[in-house]
Design a protein around this ligand. Structure first.
Ligand SMILES: NC(=O)c1ccc[n+]([C@@H]2O[C@H](COP(=O)([O-])OP(=O)(O)OC[C@H]3O[C@@H](n4cnc5c(N)ncnc54)[C@H](OP(=O)(O)O)[C@@H]3O)[C@@H](O)[C@H]2O)c1
Length: 366
């Protein structure tokens, strides 16, 4: 097999100055191709996941200037010196923001993101960095394992059309709850109700957002899946019922703050009077804590829901590695519509022929 002799990559260009990504944070480079050692395989990145936590890593210094930007990927094995991975295997791994990467012996994995070989017949392979990956497990852990809503209860999900939010709301719907989404523009709200089957969705961009939310939750809120924080959260607080539960999954509206590390403190301080009055339980969520014990059950449940047509899923697909910084910034600022990912190379399991840029298909993949 002919191997490309070069590997194009985005490096972290500098420690981010603060706020949101700006020009200069990322640096495009062409490097020598990797050579797999014994026990390793060379993979070509097919899909690269864009996730909010990547910005946290960059801002906190966990990623340092000159590092290849971290990211979860779906890749194809193109040359192997490993007994575990054969040429043509499609794997979930963490190549990061680059065209190629190694998998196998002595290759660093990021914490809990252990590589695995995917079954391309079971589901579209891109779902391994989405609804059938950490993102789906996050939603499952927060709703099914933490909030544990009962049928008929009202569950509210913020960033409802996004990667985690789509999954969280649909799981609550499957559990028999009344599900209310919060999203940005109207087209997102429409998608959430019409395609995903939420009972209602309100726009946080509405000048009367708080009033709209109150009307959409006439019996108050029993469980809240928090993805956003800030004013979205403040609209939820007065509606929390006695004994309600919150999964604190993320606070994306605060990730560009001067002191993002203090966002959680502020969040708790704002909610404290309501939590006390209504005896609210807050469950902090870190998906890593659920992997060992719950990933297998989650994959089984979610695969079955997808097979049965109970769960749908929308991707916001960008094409071309060169577009990664733009896709990343769009996702952080709510300009995405669905789970954001970049197609780095043509998908050998799909016939789609997509032009470079933002895909004209914001595709419903399952
Ligand atoms: N705890 C964990 O282990 C864990 C794991 C994965 C993800 N997360 C968290 O889950 C959340 C969702 O992540 P995701 O990957 O699925 O991203 P996403 O929801 O696909 O994209 C982010 C969404 O956040 C919303 N948003 C951004 N800025 C906002 C603002 N200022 N005000 C209101 N909404 C805003 C936007 O939706 P609208 O346009 O609809 O507002 C945007 O589409 C994030 O907070 C992330 O940190 C946590």
């Amino acid at each position: 097999m002919h191997l490309d002799s070069k590997n194009e990559a985005w490096l972290l260009g500098r420690k981010p100055l603060g706020g949101w990504p700006t020009n200069g944070d990322f640096k495009w480079v062409t490097q020598e191709q990797y050579v797999p050692h014994r026990g390793q395989a060379l993979t070509r990145t097919l899909y690269l996941s864009m996730d909010p936590y990547q910005w946290g890593r960059r801002r906190s210094g966990a990623e340092t200037p000159g590092d290849v930007c971290h990211g979860r990927t779906v890749s194809e094995v193109i040359a192997s010196r490993s007994a575990e991975y054969g040429e043509g295997d499609i794997v979930f791994n963490t190549n990061g923001w680059q065209q190629f990467g190694l998998v196998g012996a002595e290759i660093n994995v990021f914490g809990y993101m252990f590589p695995r070989i995917l079954d391309a017949n079971a589901a579209p392979i891109s779902t391994a960095v989405g609804i059938l990956g950490m993102l789906g497990l996050t939603a499952y852990s927060g709703i099914y394992l933490q909030c544990r809503p009962r049928p008929g209860e009202t569950v509210v999900v913020s960033a409802a059309s996004g990667g985690v939010g789509q999954a969280a709301g649909q799981i609550a719907r499957i559990m028999g709850c009344r599900v209310v989404g919060i999203a940005g523009r109207e087209s997102k709200c429409q998608f959430v109700t019409e395609e995903l089957g939420f009972d209602a969705c309100v726009s946080h961009l509405s000048p009367v957002y708080t009033e709209d939310l109150r009307k959409a939750c006439p019996d108050g809120i029993d469980a809240y899946f928090e993805n956003v924080g800030g004013s979205v959260y403040e609209g939820v607080l007065p509606l929390l019922n006695s004994g309600s539960r919150i999964t604190l999954c993320g606070m994306i509206s605060q990730y560009g703050d001067a002191q993002p590390e203090r966002a959680s403190e502020r969040w708790h301080a704002t909610g404290a009077p309501f939590f006390q009055r209504q005896n609210v339980t807050v469950h902090p969520l870190f998906v890593r804590n659920f992997v060992d014990q719950h990933q297998a059950a989650f994959l089984e449940a979610m695969s079955a829901w997808i097979q049965d047509g109970l769960v749908r899923y929308r991707e916001d697909l960008w094409v071309g590695l060169e577009n990664a910084p733009e896709a990343f910034e769009a996702m952080l600022k709510g300009k995405n519509f669905g789970k954001t990912l970049v197609r780095v190379a043509p998908d050998p399991t799909s016939d789609d022929r997509l032009e470079a840029g933002r895909s004209n298909g914001n595709v419903l993949v399952v």
